[in-house]
Write a protein that binds this ligand. Structure first.
Ligand code: SOE
Length: 398
């Protein structure tokens, strides 16, 4: 059991974060800001940042506000002043760290995708179930669920405002590796990342659409492609940026993944995840069409949700642009006066708020490791389908 009950006046939650690159920076600001804007049952303590390179970890700890530094994550698990381990490392280390942390009685927040393979995710979900019976809780970091417009979309679907869902259309478009000289960073290596655009960003839209619709994909048919098969090795890197060395190596993941699917409830869905959408930096677009209306979200206008109400008279019907900045909207009352916008980083803050509240209440937070495993199974099904050419029918030629 964690040594801190994480509830009651004056309580703190000792946090250890493993990894300190892009996600580490995003999580650090969330841990710092959550209790400053939201009323929390316990105050997160940024106790220890862990990274193998002592110098770089020390610099990151100073920059992001962590009290101490460890260079071996196993030492973190021995510490009594740590009640929660936040895993922000590449996917190849998630399973080992998460399972050991849960066994050591630490709550766990693990970045997405949960793991690099279904067997790893199964092991993690099993460990999470065993730990949960002892009051030790876990969550996977699909942060876009906590964008207020996405949370609002889920609520509108659940409240029946668009009726029966028929179509789901989702895209996650980036372009940061279009240049063939962009180096072979860990996200382009199967043994480190599990898959490419599919797991890194496709996982987000699988989770977000399932969250909005309140249903799960029952089956898929996929196509994947690796456009640039060989890239320069990395000479140095920081976050998503990297510089190229002299030698080259093979890209072992997909650059783009397209798939169609059917939700258990019958809705048809299409998904596109790519790092080759030249000019698109971080475009997440989701549209849901129902029998009574539709919803559309675009991360490039993340404070808005488009809503079409089929009940409105035809002469004035149309998509309305709902500005999701009002106190009635999920999470928004804690921020600025009505009409003021928020950004990417707030989704992580909301994630931490929900997590800390669940820990205090002893309620399993979502998305759980079981939810992460289900997403992993969708990803694996897409890969299997693409590899088998399932559903692929060549067009006849003369
Ligand atoms: C890189 O594609 C990346 O940083 C993802 O790993 C994140 O999950 C996504 O939110 C932004 O893009």
């Amino acid at each position: 059991m964690p040594t801190d009950t994480t509830s009651g006046a004056g309580r703190t939650l000792g946090v250890a974060m493993i990894g300190y690159a892009f996600m580490g920076a995003a999580h650090s600001q969330a841990w710092r800001s959550a209790g400053r804007f939201f009323d929390l049952p316990s105050t997160p303590r940024l106790q220890v940042l862990c990274g193998r390179d002592a110098g770089a970890a020390t610099a990151a700890a100073a920059r992001y506000g962590w009290t101490e530094v460890e260079t071996d994550w196993r030492r973190v698990l021995e510490r009594d002043d740590v009640q929660l381990v936040d895993i922000c490392t590449p996917g190849d280390t998630h399973a080992e760290i998460a399972v050991a942390a849960l066994e050591a009685g630490k709550h766990v927040l693990c970045e997405k995708p949960l793991a690099n393979s279904v067997p790893e995710a199964e092991r993690m979900a099993e460990a999470a179930a065993v730990a949960q019976a002892r009051g030790v809780l876990s969550m996977v970091g699909f942060n876009y669920r906590r964008v207020p417009a996405i949370a609002l979309a889920r609520k509108l679907v659940a409240d029946g405002r668009i009726g029966e869902v028929r179509h789901v259309r989702a895209q996650y478009l980036q372009d940061w590796i279009v240049d063939p000289q962009f180096p072979l960073v860990w996200r382009l290596q199967r043994e480190r990342a599990g898959s490419g655009a599919l797991g890194d960003i496709g996982a987000h839209i699988v989770d977000a659409t399932q969250f909005i619709v309140g249903d799960q994909l029952a089956g898929v048919s996929g196509l994947t492609e690796t456009f640039v098969k060989e890239r320069p090795l990395v000479s140095s890197s920081s976050g998503l940026s990297a510089s190229a060395g002299e030698e080259t190596g093979p890209v072992t993941v997909d650059d783009a993944a397209l798939f169609i699917g059917r939700f258990a409830g019958g809705a048809l869905a299409s998904f596109e995840a790519t790092r080759f959408a030249t000019g698109r930096k971080n475009a997440i677009r989701i549209e849901v069409n129902g029998s009574l209306g539709s919803l559309a979200f675009d991360f490039e206008s993340m404070n808005e949700l488009q809503f079409f109400d089929a009940g409105v008279a035809n002469d004035v019907a149309g998509f309305s642009r709902v500005l999701v900045t009002e106190p009635e909207h999920p999470y928004m009352s804690a921020w600025w006066p009505p009409g003021h916008l928020i950004g990417y980083e707030h989704s992580f803050t909301h994630e931490i708020v929900d997590l800390v509240r669940c820990l205090a209440a002893g309620e399993p937070p979502r998305p759980s490791f079981a939810d992460g495993l289900q997403v992993q199974r969708v990803l694996a099904a897409v890969e299997d389908s693409a590899a088998a050419g399932a559903g692929w029918t060549p067009v006849a030629t003369d």
